[in-house]
Design a protein around this ligand. Structure first.
Ligand code: FPP
Length: 260
């Protein structure tokens, strides 16, 4: 699990103004970091007259397929929004179904993640799911920490505004005790305090199910990301859908506020 106080280890280039532009400076590029808001499990189940949990189970299968496809296509980091800090508003039955599913996924998938070179990480505040799941999560993180093919980041009990507020609080604490001057509180300083600080900048954010909003996911990190909204319901997302999204991304001109 990422510790919020983990020091920043730049793994792209100096600072966070890094880009994943292809060699032609626009178009044809490949994203290093892709994030997905996996939406539509409930509607997928409803369309089939099934309970919501069936949609989440099918969603977990789509996670499996997507992780494998993303790794094969050279994506370095895949961040998936599995449970937002607002999802506690769902029925206790659905929350416990999702918790059980996550436990099942961790137990069942760990060997596959190992075999496929997947490093697992979590962001958010997953401790809220209780010590049983928290232990499984830290075991899985520990067990996969040397894997290098792809990093799978699961956002659990994650909320972007809370993440940014926590970063601001930590910087303010350091300023109060004189460790940091006010001038040093700049974009990079905030970025270094985020839970995503050691991964490449977010290049591509995908949301499934036809909803067109960010729902408090990676708000800071998405500042220059390309956004793709798909009508596909998450359980129907597969390697072909990922390829289509990567194709759209490759055709975009990324300018980061400049002109091409
Ligand atoms: C949104 O669909 C989906 C979720 C809140 C849960 C996502 C969880 C999974 C895909 C399964 C487990 C994840 C992992 C990483 C193993 P929704 O329920 O809001 O769908 P709806 O909008 O159609 O009701």
């Amino acid at each position: 699990m990422r510790s919020p106080s983990k020091p920043f280890v730049p793994n792209v280039v100096e600072g966070r103004g890094s880009t994943s532009l292809g060699t032609d400076g626009g178009g044809g590029q490949q994203p290093r970091h892709v994030a997905i808001i996996m939406d539509g499990n409930g509607r997928w189940a409803a369309k089939r007259g099934l309970p919501r949990v069936a949609g989440h189970r099918a969603g977990a299968e789509a996670v499996r397929a997507t992780v494998r496809a993303a790794a094969e296509r050279g994506v370095e980091v895949l961040t998936l929004y599995a449970f937002s800090s607002e999802n506690w508003r769902r029925s206790s039955e659905e929350v416990s179904d999702l918790t059980a599913l996550m436990r099942f996924y961790l137990d069942r998938e760990i060997a596959t993640l190992e075999r496929d070179g997947v490093r697992l990480e979590f962001i958010g505040e997953p401790a809220a799911f209780g010590s049983d799941l928290a232990t499984r999560m830290s075991d899985a993180v520990e067990c996969t920490r040397n894997n290098r093919k792809i990093t799978l980041v699961i956002a659990l009990n994650y909320g972007s505004r809370a993440e940014i507020a926590a970063a601001a609080r930590r910087l303010a604490e350091r300023a109060l005790v004189g460790e940091l001057s006010l001038d040093a509180i700049d974009e990079l300083a905030i970025d270094r305090q985020l839970q995503t600080s050691s991964w490449p900048d977010l290049d591509l954010l995908i949301r499934t199910s036809g909803e067109v909003r960010l729902s408090n996911f990676l708000l800071w990190q998405a500042a220059y990301a390309e956004l793709i909204f798909l009508d596909t319901l998450w359980p129907d997302f597969d390697a072909a859908a990922l390829d289509a999204a990567l194709g759209q991304y490759a055709a975009r001109q990324r300018r980061f506020g400049g002109r091409s």
